[in-house]
Design a protein around this ligand. Structure first.
Ligand code: SF4
Ligand code: SF4
Length: 467
């Protein structure tokens, strides 16, 4: 039996199976212990986060309404009303891995394979920009010939030099420290890699082929990334593959490990749920989570990791996205295409490279309008990345509650840009009205007058102003 060791470099020690099993057993034993749950909720109300064991207790025992209210308040306290928007950009669906839940797996002969050329990428960037996007995450299957690191780096360079995409996050396969160093030098934002499942026997069953089959190599990837100088990493689990209590505990243990060893926990946590895709049936996975459990997972993550961005994609429906926004989500994708080349090529036969079925099919414009209607500030901000507020510098601001002083002004300014450049008349009206009222919520008079001045400059044509 391996010991639980937060500081260990061995995946099986820092994501320790016995510790997770004991945490779940302890939480289940105490799920009706209202006194203990109240104590953990009181600790959570100090807004300094919870440990994985406490989080599992709340997940199985706390009242939903109390969980959602607290999670919503924490999100509001740390980040205000802003919701950051982004889009995925699929570069290639060639893949040597055998992930059973993904249609890009090497054994799926029915999937057409495609890789974008640099000209294709320029077209995709133009299409994304014409929607209003400033922040993207690039996605590529793992393939030594079709998507080697040189191709990924060249693509990043093309994107940064094709217009006004201001931050590129990267979601590519686990790799070596040398290749992470090269990604860092290319100026990436967050390096994202989903664990899919932390439960090793399930992981082995679902990853029968390719380099990703190596559980330790995959699980220790964030250590290599941080050792290579990458400041911000984003983790995630694909809910539905294994017991959701197991995944929640493990996600938090992963972040606790990174914080203990590198002084900075994970920058973001993504919470995708398994979706139907070509050759992938949701019914073949026995650990599906209901909408209510899904919301509870999000709320527990928000309460336990207040300083971490929580991301929900268009895999979720409009209704679910609204619910999880209220439970602490801080970033969502919008107007997404999950196929290779889908932004510039809208023809029907192009959807045959979809990685998964989208639930929220609304355009970015519709999502911006919807966010305004339900009381959030749609934000296209990328300021921290450009101002060097990354890694431990970012976390310091977040932990002291000061990041809100950056998020609110930058959200208003990037929304103003969006309204000028992309919005229809009704969104423009709703957005202007929100900007005027939210401006008054900036408590510092100095910042308020600076933002007022910058908003005027944006209305006059200046772009990419940030604080
Ligand atoms: Fe390849 Fe990623 Fe799909 Fe696995 S999940 S088959 S690694 S693209
Ligand atoms: Fe994100 Fe920083 Fe902008 Fe806030 S100010 S939205 S944390 S980039």
């Amino acid at each position: 039996m391996l010991p639980y060791n937060l500081q260990s470099s061995d995946a099986r020690e820092f994501i320790n199976h016995d510790e997770i099993v004991k945490s779940i057993a302890w939480a289940e034993e105490n799920k009706d212990n209202q006194k203990l749950i109240a104590q953990v909720m009181a600790k959570a109300k100090e807004w300094k986060g919870l440990e994985h064991r406490e989080a599992v207790l709340l997940l199985v025992g706390a009242k939903s309404r109390e969980l959602f209210d607290l999670a919503g308040k924490i999100k509001q306290e740390f980040y205000g009303k802003r919701v950051v928007l982004f889009a995925p950009l699929y570069l290639s669906n060639y893949c040597v891995n055998g992930c059973v839940y993904c249609p890009y797996n090497v054994n799926n002969n029915a999937m057409p394979r495609k890789r974008l050329s640099q000209d294709d990428i320029r077209r995709e960037v133009r299409a994304l920009q014409s929607m209003g996007h400033k922040r993207i995450v690039i996605e590529a299957g793992e393939h030594p010939h079709f998507s080697p690191i040189d191709y990924v780096l060249e693509s990043i360079n093309t994107i940064y030099n094709s217009g006004d995409i201001r931050r590129i996050n990267v979601n590519i396969a686990a790799t070596t420290t040398e290749e992470y160093r090269r990604l860092k030098s290319a100026g990436i934002g967050t390096y994202i890699l989903f664990q899919e499942t932390y439960h090793e026997p399930t992981y082995k069953k679902l990853h029968p082929a390719g380099p990703k089959a190596d559980y330790a190599w995959h699980t220790e990837a964030m250590d290599r990334a941080m050792q290579s100088g990458i400041d911000d990493v984003g983790i995630g689990a694909l809910f539905g593959l294994a017991d959701y209590r197991y995944e929640l505990a493990a996600l938090l243990m992963h972040s606790e490990h990174l914080e203990a060893v590198y002084g900075v926990g994970t920058h973001t946590i993504s919470v995708p749920r398994i979706r139907k895709a070509q050759g992938v049936s949701v019914d073949s996975f026995e650990h599906g989570v209901t909408d209510e459990i899904y919301e509870r997972i999000v709320a527990c993550l928000r309460i336990s990791a207040p300083y971490t961005g929580i991301i929900v994609s268009t895999r979720e429906s409009e209704e679910n996205r609204r619910n999880v926004l209220n439970a602490g989500v801080s970033q969502i994708s919008g107007g997404s295409c999950t196929n290779v080349g889908g932004y510039s090529d809208k023809s029907k036969n192009n959807t045959d490279t979809n990685q998964f079925e989208i639930s929220d099919k609304r355009s970015l414009g519709e999502i911006v309008h919807w966010l305004l209607e339900i009381g959030y500030i749609p934000s296209f901000c990328t300021a921290c990345y450009h101002e060097g507020r990354v890694g431990d510098r970012f976390m310091e601001l977040c932990k002291s509650g000061k990041i809100h002083n950056c998020c609110q002004p930058n959200a208003l300014m990037t929304l103003q840009e969006y309204l000028m450049d992309y919005a229809n008349i009704s969104t423009k009206k709703a957005g202007e009205s929100l900007i005027n009222s939210e401006l008054q919520n900036i408590t510092s008079e100095k910042t308020r007058s600076l933002v007022t001045k910058y908003l005027e400059q944006i209305r006059a044509g200046r772009r990419d102003i940030r604080i």
